[in-house]
Structures are given as C-alpha cells and as structure tokens.
Design a protein around this ligand. Structure first.
Ligand SMILES: N[C@@H](CCC(=O)N[C@@H](CS)C(=O)NCC(=O)O)C(=O)O
Length: 118
C-alpha cells in the first residue's frame, strides 16, 4: 500500500511537471504588488497530495509566488495541527493586520486566491 501510494505520488508529480500551467503575465508594477500581498501567506501541504497539487497549479496559473510548507516535515505538521486545528492539507495560512486565518479545503483556497489575485 505504501509502495503504491509512493508510485501514484510520483506519477502525480510527473504529470504535474509535464503539463505545468502557464502563468498569467502582468506589468512589473502589478506583479510587485502581488508578490508583496502574497508574502504573508503560506500553503501547508504535502508534495504529492492531489488537492495540494491542484492548489499549487492554480497559484502557478495566477502567477503568485505562494510559499509552501511541507507538513510532513518538522515543525510544519505540528504547527498546522496546533495552530490550525487539524493536520489536513492543503491549508493556507493568511496573516493580515496581525490576525492569522487558517483556511482549509482546496476549493475554498482557490476561490480565495481568485478573489484576491485573478
Ligand atoms: N476536501 C479536502 C481534502 C483534503 C485531503 O483529503 N487531504 C489529505 C491529503 S491528500 C489529508 O490531509 N489527509 C489527512 C492526513 O493525511 O493526515 C480538500 O479538498 O482540501
């Protein structure tokens, strides 16, 4: 089962890199504003989780440099559990005006990114 999961994970990563989405283009100024706005967000994720791949691909399509934190590696998994409330990925940590929001659910994250950056 573990070997199968490893194999499927590798296939997901291969397909993801073969069919990598093209990012939208912006003026240097507009891109700079986006880069600044996204600097207070981090995506807690697993490399081969299909829901995480979906969010990462969407971020690539929107051309936003979304920082990722591998929740399988210490201390991110523990931090996600303790501060977010559960270890499920993907989860987007958003820090705004000193307030932190932990957003779970890939579709909600994608909708949020669209609202902010599309
Ligand atoms: N409906 C969720 C599904 C997320 C999900 O099932 N994530 C799995 C990884 S692919 C997970 O975090 N499972 C809990 C765990 O592995 O601890 C979404 O779309 O974000």
């Amino acid at each position: 089962m573990k070997a199968l999961r490893w194999f499927v994970g590798k296939i997901i990563l291969l397909l993801n890199s073969l069919f990598s989405p093209r990012g939208i283009e912006r003026s240097a100024t507009a891109q700079q504003e986006i880069d600044t706005a996204v600097a207070n967000m981090q995506l807690y994720q697993f490399e081969t989780c299909p829901f995480c791949v979906k969010v990462r691909r969407h971020a690539k399509r929107l051309n936003i440099p979304l920082a990722t934190r591998n929740a399988k590696i210490s201390p991110w998994g523990q931090e996600l559990l303790e501060q977010g409330g559960k270890r499920t990925v993907p989860c987007l940590r958003i820090e705004e005006n000193g307030q932190v929001t932990w957003m779970y659910e890939s579709n909600d994250i994608i909708a949020y990114l669209d609202k902010r950056f599309a």
